[in-house]
Design a protein. Structure first.
Lengths: 457, 489
């Protein structure tokens, strides 16, 4: 509860900071301080210390699992801000507004992490989405940014409509918005309720860009200014998955057998479409957009499996994917040319940066000793634990091999080719943050227990 | 009880790894190479020293465990028994030879090269020593990453593609193995990854069949067994010779080793169903590779194909599940490593002086470099497995095992030995004998250092050929222990 209040308040503070001072640097510092405070606030939630007596009337609830998730996402967001505020300042459109929007998104994330009622889910998703529509349009003079925003807005509004429809149908059959009331097993399976569940599935699949509802993703991620793509593709997506899992575990968990096959097909489609399409991309940014679909496919495995391994695994996945992707995007945001060729020979010009990028890309590819390995491991293990539809796990592993192909294209360009001219200007401070991020990726790759112990309360 | 000997397994991994870190920082010309050589010699000394501390311990599956991931059921568990010992010894012998013989080769970014080499050595030792499936998988991949970079950064024109093909092949195989490992893990009674609990777990035949092929594919790609070998000639030809030596001398042994350590003891019932298919694949690969080796004009490709044939024989002998054959395989893994590294040293010497590897363009080198010719001949004869050379004992035992399994297999596999004599002797005739031509007129006797290294290898070849007893004593107890497990089901 601390986290929701603080992030919402700090969003307002950021807006007033914009009025009070035009200095982009100050805005950046304020935002970093705010995000650090958010981590602390979430920590206080975990410790059970709250100065406010707000309970949310049972519509929100935060156990250790949820609080740890918020801490982790706020931590990722803190790293993201440390890496991005300079780039935003160079964008020239004023930094206080986008930063305020990011804090509002964090509010939404805190809400969807702890929702117990469909109303809160809807509210949280909207609080996350609307600032994102604005962020994707923030490069006002760029036509592609405008296109991305419009596409995102129209598709997003449509999927929100679908979600509301689903919520309505479920309310009509159960007479309640609460997850506990919805989760009553097979006797509740009327045609209306089934339709409601399917509509919710579709709208959530849209939010996490699972196939076949992924078509907006590449264009939106590509058109949005790179700094904000980084945020949308990582922290927001992780939170959306968290909510997705919560909805289907706590809300429809008893009907698991009924929607499991559907989820398996969605997962398989997402894995195949994401991975195969990413192979053919010519721009690293677009490749990362498809890779985010591919990684979503892996996270969908948690929804298919719906067991304890999946529950902890999805948080590990969200964190490791966010860390690595934020790292890659931080470099990409400082480059003008986003093609693979721009990376040619970067190891010679920027050895440290190339090494760090290699760590991030190896993690995304799921190579051992990086966080990505254990993230994928948890998903595969969760699937195999179910003991059925083993083909899905095999398919996911083969898709991981395809993933190696396109992630390694960047490594190959950096180390084995010459002739590129990209010289991303990376300050010393940014380098230090990138090193910390890479160390976090490696630490989770060597000892994921450190994180997973927190989650298995 | 924790004894002095128990420190060795971890030491054998940490030493090369810690040696690698300073190598990356030594930017001065030649410094990194000397450091790497010194580091590999230390590793060699420690490996040999471990033999004197063993007592009776290395014969059984004793393990040293360090806490790693208790929640996952995995620990950092190592075992230094007979079969890991002989492979660590191969690793320890190979690296000083490889580094010593290629020290002077002109390369840019030497410090990176030697750092990655030492990392590869650490990874390989990890594969041989791991007694925990998750740790084994880790090292299996970690040995691959430095070699991938080595093969991509230095070598021929098409090296990037060749190395990538190698990487993708191996990675595809190993993810299936990962699925298999996970499945095994869930079937263990104590939810553990340790080799001991894997050995205790019994599976029904259908599971065994699936897992058998999942693991087999990973190992078959690594060895490589026909028809999964297509990455190999390209990778060997395009890589820097030092990297090719690591690949062919040590790395392919990962596959054969893993068959004995993991595949067969875990899935003995599946083995009974599928051993004929596996052996036939191996033998088909041997004949196929030998035939191709005969018509190769490129020295590197010829040696590469000959390696497929030899490793195919080892794999076939493993699948016969015969006591002597297994002894032969284990000893032959070491000997084959020594022989093939010797061949590569000669190839690299010729290439570095003349700039060509085409057999048809060479000739008469014996007139110019008589001692090189003598040394090469011994190594080549060892590669054909002539009596009194090291490879004879091993190959004899392997054929013996194949013959007992099915005489026809032995006959077919025997053909490949005849073919190996054909291409090896042909190579000697065309490259070293006959008259010189314009190109080879300029060939000079090689440096003392290279002659000394080759002479050392020849001494090992002859010593192991005349007196192979100690090596057999080293491996036979462990081998019999595992064999008993495979047969008892």
């Amino acid at each position: 509860m601390n986290a929701i209040l603080l992030s919402a308040l700090w969003g307002v503070v950021m807006m007033f900071t914009g009025l009070a001072s035009p200095h982009a640097r100050l805005h950046g510092r304020m935002a970093v301080v705010g995000m650090a405070l958010l981590v602390v606030a979430a920590w206080l939630d975990l410790a059970g210390i709250s100065p406010f007596g707000i309970t949310g009337g049972g519509m929100l609830s935060y156990g250790p699992y949820e609080s740890v998730f918020i801490i982790l996402m706020a931590g990722c967001a803190l790293l993201y801000l440390l890496l991005s505020v300079h780039v935003m300042a160079d964008g020239g459109t004023g930094t206080s507004d986008p930063l305020a929007l990011i804090f509002f998104v964090m509010t939404g994330i805190c809400i969807i992490a702890g929702f117990r009622s469909l109303l809160m889910l809807f509210l949280g998703i909207e609080i996350v989405s609307i600032p994102l529509y604005i962020l994707s349009a923030s490069d006002k003079r760029n036509l592609r940014s405008n296109e991305a925003a419009l596409k995102y807005f129209l598709m997003g509004a449509f999927s929100t409509g679908v979600m509301l429809m689903g919520v309505t149908l479920l309310y009509g059959t159960h007479g309640s918005f609460y997850l506990e009331a919805l989760n009553i097993g097979e006797e509740a399976l009327s045609p209306l309720a089934t339709a409601g569940i399917v509509l919710l599935l579709v709208s959530m699949a849209f939010k996490v860009s699972a196939a076949p509802f992924h078509f907006w993703t590449p264009d939106v991620y590509d058109g949005t200014p790179t700094v904000f793509t980084s945020f949308m593709a990582t922290i927001v997506k992780g939170a959306a998955f968290f909510a997705f899992l919560r909805l289907f575990q706590d809300g429809f968990g008893r009907l698991h057998e009924h929607w499991r096959l559907l989820m398996a097909f969605l997962t398989a489609a997402t894995l195949i479409i994401g991975n195969v399409t990413a192979v053919f991309q010519q721009s690293v940014k677009r490749m990362l957009a498809y890779s985010s679909i591919a990684q979503a496919g892996f996270m969908m495995l948690a929804l298919f499996a719906l067991n304890q391994t999946a529950r902890t695994g999805i948080v590990l996945y969200a964190v490791s994917y966010s860390l690595a992707t934020i790292g890659v995007f931080a470099v990409l945001a400082r480059m003008k040319d986003h093609s693979f060729e721009a990376f040619n020979g970067m190891a010679g010009r920027q050895p440290l940066l190339a090494l760090l990028l290699t760590v991030f890309l190896l993690s995304l590819a799921g190579i051992p000793l990086t966080a990505g390995f254990f993230a994928k491991y948890q998903m595969i293990a969760a699937t195999l634990e179910e003991g059925r539809m083993v083909w899905l796990a095999i398919l996911a592993l083969l898709c991981a091999v395809v993933g190696v192909y396109y992630y390694f294209r960047v490594i190959q360009a950096m180390y084995f080719r010459t002739g590129g001219d990209a010289q991303p200007e990376v300050s010393k401070g940014t380098r230090a943050v990138l090193v910390v991020t890479a160390l976090a990726v490696l630490a989770l790759g060597i000892h994921p227990d450190w994180l997973l112990r927190f989650l298995s309360y | 009880m924790f004894t002095a000997f128990d420190n060795f397994p971890a030491l054998l991994i940490w030493l090369p790894l810690l040696g690698a870190l300073p190598a990356f920082l030594l930017r001065k010309e030649g410094a990194a190479g000397r450091w790497a050589l010194a580091s590999s010699l230390v590793t060699f000394t420690v490996t040999v020293a471990s033999l004197f501390f063993q007592g009776e311990k290395h014969y059984a599956l004793t393990q040293v465990s360090y806490v790693w991931l208790p929640d996952f059921g995995s620990s950092f568990t190592l075992t230094l028994d007979g079969i890991s010992w002989i492979l660590c010894l191969l690793n320890a012998v190979s690296f000083p030879v490889i580094l010593g013989s290629t020290l002077g080769t002109c390369r840019d970014r030497q410090h990176v090269f030697f750092g990655l080499m030492l990392m590869a050595q650490a990874g390989l030792n990890g594969v041989f020593l791991s007694a925990d499936a998750l740790g084994f998988y880790f090292f299996w991949e970690l040995a691959l990453i430095p070699v991938y970079f080595l093969a991509s950064l230095w070598g021929g024109e098409r090296r990037v593609q060749a190395a990538f093909k190698f990487f993708i092949y191996t990675f595809a195989g190993s993810v299936l193995m990962l699925a298999g490992i996970l499945w095994m893990h869930m079937r263990t009674t104590d939810q553990s990854f340790s080799l001991a609990s894997f050995y205790r777990t019994s599976l029904d035949p259908v599971e065994q069949a699936w897992l058998f092929w999942a693991f087999f594919l990973a190992f078959a790609i690594k060895m490589p067994v026909f028809p999964f070998h297509t990455w190999q000639p390209d990778a060997y030809e395009q890589s820097d010779t030092a990297v090719t030596m690591v690949l062919s001398g040590v790395m392919v042994k990962m596959g054969v080793f893993a068959l004995i350590r993991w595949l067969l003891p875990l899935f003995p019932d599946a083995l009974k169903r599928f051993d004929e298919i596996a052996i036939l694949l191996c033998i088909a690969g041997m004949l196929y590779a030998s035939c191709i080796a005969m018509v190769q004009d490129d020295l590197k490709r010829m040696v590469a194909y000959s390696s497929i044939a030899h490793v195919g024989l080892m794999a076939a002998a493993v699948f016969t599940v015969q006591q002597e054959a297994w002894h032969g395989v284990l000893v032959q893994m070491f000997n084959h490593g020594v022989n093939i590294i010797g061949l590569w040293v000669v190839v690299s010497l010729i290439e570095s002086q003349l700039g060509v590897r085409k057999i048809s363009q060479l000739g008469g080198l014996a007139q110019k470099a008589p001692s090189l010719a003598v040394l090469l001949t011994v190594i080549a004869l060892a590669n054909i497995a002539l009596p009194l050379t090291n490879a004879f004992v091993g190959e004899f035992l392997m054929f013996n095992g194949l013959y007992r399994h099915n005489p026809w297999y032995a006959a077919a596999a025997g053909l490949s030995i005849i073919l190996s004599a054909v291409y090896m002797l042909n190579m000697i005739r065309n490259v070293f004998l006959g008259g010189t031509n314009d190109l080879t007129d300029g060939f000079r006797e090689v440096s003392f250092r290279h002659r000394a290294i080759l002479a050392l290898l020849v001494v090992v070849i002859l010593a192991a050929g005349v007196h192979p007893e100690p090596m057999f004593r080293l491996v036979e107890d462990t081998s019999d222990l595992i064999l008993k497990r495979v047969q008892s089901r």
